[in-house]
Design a protein around this ligand. Structure first.
Ligand SMILES: [Mg+2]
Length: 279
């Protein structure tokens, strides 16, 4: 699996070369080799389809049942770019670990927040960035500046192609004015975070230790769909197993990934989680 990959040099492959986790389920099980999967789930685009506005990403009742049943048998954590209370409310299941803001903000099932060693007051900086972004791109029709606790998202799914140049110019102006923030690219969204050395990969490694899931009886598994999930796929390439949600249209692109397996949409992902739930 992922030939030539070592902990020091993970390998990216075109998504079209990835085996389907459903069709080749026995390969996935072979990789687990009897270990208990410690399951880490992204939310948007993974448990729910990508939608025009973030507030419309609702987990179906059937999807909620799948995750709930799985979480009764296996450790399950949701790791999202959304604010933690937001994703907690959308998932709507107790007994899970929730890590919001790409893992900046972690809460365990007993309601304790986990100190993730990310210090410093980033609120003031993000306030200033938000103000500037809102002034520059807010007036562009269809744009949406979404303030989260530890980041800011600038959405352009509903921006007309003819306005995109102005949108991008606004973002570049803000990036130029605030060298202490970095930009991450997502699906029709740019995300701004303080330049702190923290990502979903570090979050997953940290959580496995903090939750006692780093013993030899466990194997961490990450399920995600987007660019920020690659940080988690990367750290798990040798020590875990990853599944990417990647639509059939990605086969015609040069898209590459660190993940091991693939499903084609959220419904298949839920089917896989169901298949992984012990009777
Ligand atoms: Mg996602």
């Amino acid at each position: 699996m992922t030939e030539g990959a070592t902990a020091d040099s993970p390998v990216r492959r075109p998504v079209r070369e990835l085996p389907s986790a459903l069709d080749r389920f026995e390969e996935l099980e072979a990789r687990l080799a009897g270990r208990i999967p410690a399951i880490f789930l992204d939310y948007d685009g993974t448990l729910t389809p990508i939608v025009a506005r973030p507030e419309l990403a609702i987990l179906s009742e059937a999807g909620r049942d799948v995750v709930k049943t799985l979480a009764a048998k296996r450790p399950v954590a949701v790791v999202s770019g959304r604010d933690r209370p937001d994703v907690e409310k959308l998932v709507g299941i107790g007994g899970l670990v929730f890590a919001g803001s790409h893992g900046f903000d972690i809460v365990t099932p007993d309601g304790k927040s986990v100190d993730n060693q990310v210090g410093g007051d980033v609120t003031g900086l993000l306030d200033r960035v938000e103000e500037r972004l809102s002034a520059l791109i807010g007036p562009i029709e269809g744009s949406l500046v979404e303030r989260k606790k530890f980041s800011i998202a600038a959405h352009y799914r509903l921006v007309a192609d003819s306005d995109y140049g102005q949108f991008r110019q606004g973002l570049d102006t803000v990036l130029g004015a605030f060298p202490e923030i970095k930009e991450k690219t997502g699906k029709k969204v740019f995300e701004y975070q303080p330049r702190i050395d923290w990502d979903k990969g570090k979050c997953v490694l940290y959580l496995t230790q903090a939750l006692g899931l780093d013993g030899p009886e466990y194997m961490p598994m990450f399920f995600g769909d987007d660019v920020t999930d690659e940080d988690a796929f990367k750290v798990l390439q040798t020590i875990g197993t990853s599944v990417i949600v990647s639509e059939p249209a990605d086969d015609t692109t040069e898209r590459t990934t660190y993940a091991h397996f693939r499903v084609y949409d959220c419904e298949q992902l839920l089917e896989l989680l169901q298949k992984m739930t012990p009777a």
